[in-house]
Design a protein around this ligand. Structure first.
Ligand code: PLP
Length: 359
């Protein structure tokens, strides 16, 4: 197996891939692959419902929350959210933390009124802005945050308290990397392809009342109420991806649930950040220390030439995906839930060797 540091689609747990492989051709004695079955049949619906309830269970089963399995990626939620909730006379707040937050606000502006509640633009998005004392207008439909900026490598520590205004988070790149209090949120959504499974399905977890008032003029497929009323089976769901999400959720349970996952993620992130910080300035972390992400570790070398050399040599040694996003350059190691500690240990050893040769 490669040392996979891809930002997304990203590494999946080996155990999950192997179990899926064992069930691939004949799912539970049916003589069919799960992906060959009708989504209206009992077998598939069992898996579908199990994935939704497993997800809510991991989050403590708070009352009144529902799970939707949608398509079109988190990018579709950038539009679908304001289409459904940013209605006439309302405004939507966005915390501008970087590339993905900006894409979200851009879509909302096409639909209605928005305002910037906080921003770290002045800091080139290398930190999470202070959101401890936000004052939100009375007609705020919601406040949107990006809990983890995949490209810049920053992550919220504390979430803002928004009172009666629903807090909504794009958690695409850090969902289930640690426990969180779902009741602080009106809605969270995430494309599956980092911490939840393969691409093709987007998970929405929301308080039911936010899913029931879609404006009348909205086309059926873009309405949250359509998917709520039809148990995410209004049209053909990405059934194989949802099956894989269920398997990944089982794996998370086996890791000691979210507490166990967080412990492992902290060990992994500490190992890598320590290697950067203890390199005497040879490697330099990009994000502000207090805003560092547990999932995407961004760092630089003294020159772009040296970075190119690092990427080339790392690829020769079996490391995948260490090039920073094209919009910011540098280096990035995405160390999602499924990336094993051993991969990071190998990376740190490679970094030490590289520094010895070029330092
Ligand atoms: N939001 C965040 C934080 C992301 O990291 C990504 C993808 O990398 C997206 C949104 C876009 O997701 P999708 O490709 O599923 O539309």
């Amino acid at each position: 197996r490669a040392y996979n540091f891809n930002a997304g689609p990203a590494a999946l747990p080996l155990e999950v891939l192997e179990r899926a492989q064992a069930q691939f051709v004949d799912f539970q004695g049916t003589g069919m692959s799960i992906m060959e079955m009708s989504h209206r049949g009992k077998v598939y619906e069992g898996v579908h419902n199990e994935a939704a309830s497993r997800l809510l269970n991991l989050l403590g089963n708070p009352e009144g929350y529902k799970v939707l399995f949608l398509q079109g990626g988190a990018s579709t939620q950038f539009a679908m959210l304001p289409m459904n909730l940013l209605t006439e006379g309302k405004t939507a707040g966005y915390v501008k933390t970087g590339s993905w937050a900006n894409k979200a606000v851009k879509e909302a502006k096409l639909i209605g009124e928005t305002f910037v509640a906080a921003s770290s633009e002045e800091d080139k998005y290398m930190s999470i802005p202070d959101v401890s004392n936000l004052v939100l207008p009375e007609n705020a439909a919601y406040l949107h945050i990006t809990s983890n900026e995949t490209i810049e490598g920053t992550q919220f520590g504390q979430y803002p308290d928004t009172g009666s205004v629903p807090l909504i988070a794009d958690m695409s790149s850090d969902i289930l990397c640690r426990p969180f209090d779902l009741t602080q949120f009106g809605m969270v959504y995430a494309g599956a392809q980092k911490n939840l499974g393969p691409s093709g399905v987007t998970v929405v977890i929301a308080r039911e009342e936010l899913l029931t008032n879609s404006p009348k003029h909205l086309p059926t497929i873009f309405r949250y109420d359509t998917h709520l009323d039809n148990n995410s089976l209004y049209n053909t769901p990405p059934s194989f991806s949802i099956y894989m999400v269920n398997e990944v959720l089982k794996w998370i349970e086996e890791q000691g649930s979210l507490e166990g996952i967080e412990k492992k993620n902290r060990e992994k992130a500490n190992l890598l950040y320590d290697a950067i910080d203890n390199s005497g300035g040879f490697f330099r972390g990009c994000a502000d220390v207090a805003s560092r992400s547990l999932m995407n570790v961004t760092f630089r070398l003294a020159s772009e030439d040296l970075e190119k050399q690092f990427i080339k040599e790392s690829e020769q040694e079996g490391f995948v995906g260490l090039k920073g996003h094209r919009s910011v350059g540098g280096l990035r190691a995405s160390i999602y839930n499924a990336v094993p500690y051993e991969s990071i240990k190998a990376l740190v050893e490679f970094m030490e060797q590289f520094q010895k040769k070029n330092g």
